[in-house]
Design a protein around this ligand. Structure first.
Ligand code: HEM
Length: 385
C-alpha cells in the first residue's frame, strides 16, 4: 500500500488562541497550499478554497460526517443527531426538526428576544465601562433555552458545561468528557420528566413528533438535545460578541448603523462572513480523493475551513476588508450542503435583535481594552455619552 503523502504541511488550528491569527493563516493557505496537512487533533487535511469546500459539502458519499463533524469531539463518542448522520438516514431527522426552525416560527421569538435584551442592557445603565460578554451569552441562552424547555434556574450550570465542552476540550479532553456525561445525565432526567408531564416547549414537541412513522426513542432524544444544547447557545453568542468587538473599534461604522438600524442585518451577515464563531467542521473520507495532485486517503479526516472559504478572493472582492453593506454576501458560515445549519433563522434574528437593542440604547461606545474577537473572555466596552 502506498504511504499517504501528507504534504504540503501547514500547522493549521481552528480553536482557542490560534483564532487570534487564523485570518493570516487563511491568506497563506489560500495562496500557497489550499490543500494541506496538519498534525493536530490526530491529523487532518484542510480544504480552504470555496469551490473545494462547496464540492465536498455536496459529496456526502465521499466526505462522510461519521464518526463526527466535531474535531476534537464535544466530549462524547455518541453521534450527535442530525450533525453526525449521513443521508439517507439524515433526511427524516431534518424533516422532523425543520418545522420547528422556520422563519415564521423564529419571527415569533423576536419580541421575547427584544425583552430579554432590554432587561440585560438595563444593568449597564449609568455605568462607564461594562463587560458585555455576559450579555452576549445570556441572551441566546435565555431565548433558545426557554424555547427548548431547558430549566432556566440551571442557567449558571449550563454556562459552565458549555465552557467545559466547547472551549476547554482542546486543552483538557477529560474536562469536556466529564461535562458531557453530566449533560447527558441531566437530559435523561429532563426527557423523562417531559414524557410524564409534557409542556409547550421543543423537547415536549419532539417527544410527541413523528420520525419516519415512529416516535423518537430516548437515545435519539438525548443525542438531539445534546446537539441543540452545544450548537444553539455559544455560536450565536460568538456572533453578537464579534459584532460589538468590531463596532467598538470603528466609530464611523458604528455611528452609521446606530443611526439607521435597517443597516444591521447586512452588517450581521458581514460579521458572520469575517468573524464566524464556527471556523471549520470535519469530515472523514470514505474513499481516496485527489485534489491538486495530492492524494487524501480513505479514513483520513478532512477539515472544511468555512472561514477560509469566506475569504477566498475568487468569490469575495477585497475579502479581508470588512464591508458592512457587502452585497451579495454568499458566505458559508452556516454550511452549504445536506447539513446546512438548522438554526440560521434563529441565529440571524437573535444577533440582529441584540445589536439593534444594544445600539439603540448605547449608540456610542468603544473597546475599553484589547480583547480577542472570539471566545468567552471579558469584552470590556466604554459607553460614551
Ligand atoms: C451564528 C450562529 C451559528 C453558526 C455560525 C452555525 C453554524 C453551523 C454550521 C457550520 C453547521 C454545520 C454545517 C455543515 O457542516 O454543513 C451547523 C449545523 C447545525 N446547527 Fe448551527 N450555527 C449557528 C447557530 C445555531 C443555532 C442557534 C442552532 C439552534 C437550533 C443551531 C443548530 C444547528 C444544528 C441542529 C445543526 C445540524 C444540522 C444538520 O446536521 O443537519 N445552530 N451550524
Amino acid at each position: 500500500m502506498t504511504e499517504p503523502s501528507r504534504a504540503p504541511k501547514f500547522d493549521f488550528d481552528f480553536h482557542g488562541a490560534a483564532l487570534d491569527s487564523v485570518f493570516d493563516d487563511y491568506d497563506e493557505m489560500l495562496r500557497e497550499c489550499p490543500v494541506s496537512w496538519s498534525d493536530r487533533y490526530g491529523g487532518f487535511w484542510t480544504l480552504s478554497r470555496y469551490d473545494d469546500i462547496h464540492a465536498a459539502e455536496h459529496d456526502w458519499e465521499t466526505f462522510s460526517v461519521a464518526p463526527s463533524m466535531i474535531l476534537p469531539t464535544f466530549g462524547t463518542d455518541r453521534p450527535l443527531i442530525p450533525l453526525d448522520i449521513d443521508p439517507p438516514a439524515l433526511t427524516p431527522y431534518r424533516q422532523l426538526l425543520l418545522p420547528f426552525f422556520t422563519a415564521t416560527k423564529m419571527d415569533a421569538l423576536i419580541p421575547r428576544t427584544r425583552q430579554v435584551a432590554r432587561e440585560l442592557l438595563g444593568d449597564f445603565e449609568g455605568q462607564d465601562i461594562v463587560d458585555v460578554s455576559a450579555f452576549c451569552r445570556l441572551l441566546p441562552a435565555m431565548v433558545f433555552g426557554e424555547y427548548c424547555g431547558f430549566p432556566m434556574d440551571d442557567a449558571a450550570q449550563f454556562d459552565q458545561w458549555v465552557e467545559d465542552i466547547v472551549f476547554a476540550r482542546t486543552d483538557d479532553e477529560a474536562v469536556a468528557r466529564a461535562a458531557a456525561d453530566d449533560v447527558y445525565d441531566y437530559f435523561r432526567g429532563l426527557i423523562a420528566a417531559r414524557r410524564r408531564d409534557p409542556g409547550t416547549d421543543l423537547i415536549s414537541a419532539l417527544l410527541a413528533a413523528d420520525h419516519a412513522g415512529q416516535p423518537l426513542d430516548d437515545e435519539e432524544m438525548l443525542d438531539i438535545s445534546y446537539l441543540l444544547f452545544v450548537a444553539g447557545l455559544e455560536t450565536t453568542a460568538g456572533t453578537i460578541r464579534a459584532g460589538l468587538w468590531y463596532l467598538g473599534q470603528h466609530a464611523d461604522e458604528l455611528a452609521a448603523v446606530a443611526k439607521d438600524a435597517s443597516l444591521i442585518p447586512a452588517a450581521t451577515e458581514e460579521f458572520l462572513r469575517v468573524l464566524s464563531p464556527v471556523q471549520a467542521m470535519a469530515r472523514t473520507l470514505k474513499r481516496d480523493v485527489e485534489i491538486d495532485n495530492i492524494t487524501m486517503r480513505e479514513g483520513e479526516r478532512v477539515v472544511l475551513a468555512f472561514g477560509a472559504a469566506n475569504r477566498d478572493p475568487d468569490h469575495f472582492a477585497c475579502p479581508h476588508e470588512v464591508q458592512l453593506d457587502r452585497a451579495p454576501n454568499r458566505h458559508i458560515s452556516f454550511g452549504i450542503g445536506a447539513h446546512r445549519c438548522l438554526g440560521s433563522n434563529l441565529a440571524r434574528r437573535e444577533v440582529n435583535t441584540a445589536l439593534q437593542e444594544f445600539l439603540g440604547r448605547f449608540p456610542r461606545f468603544e473597546l475599553a481594552e484589547p480583547a480577542p474577537w472570539h471566545g468567552i473572555g471579558p469584552l470590556r466596552i466604554r459607553l460614551l455619552p
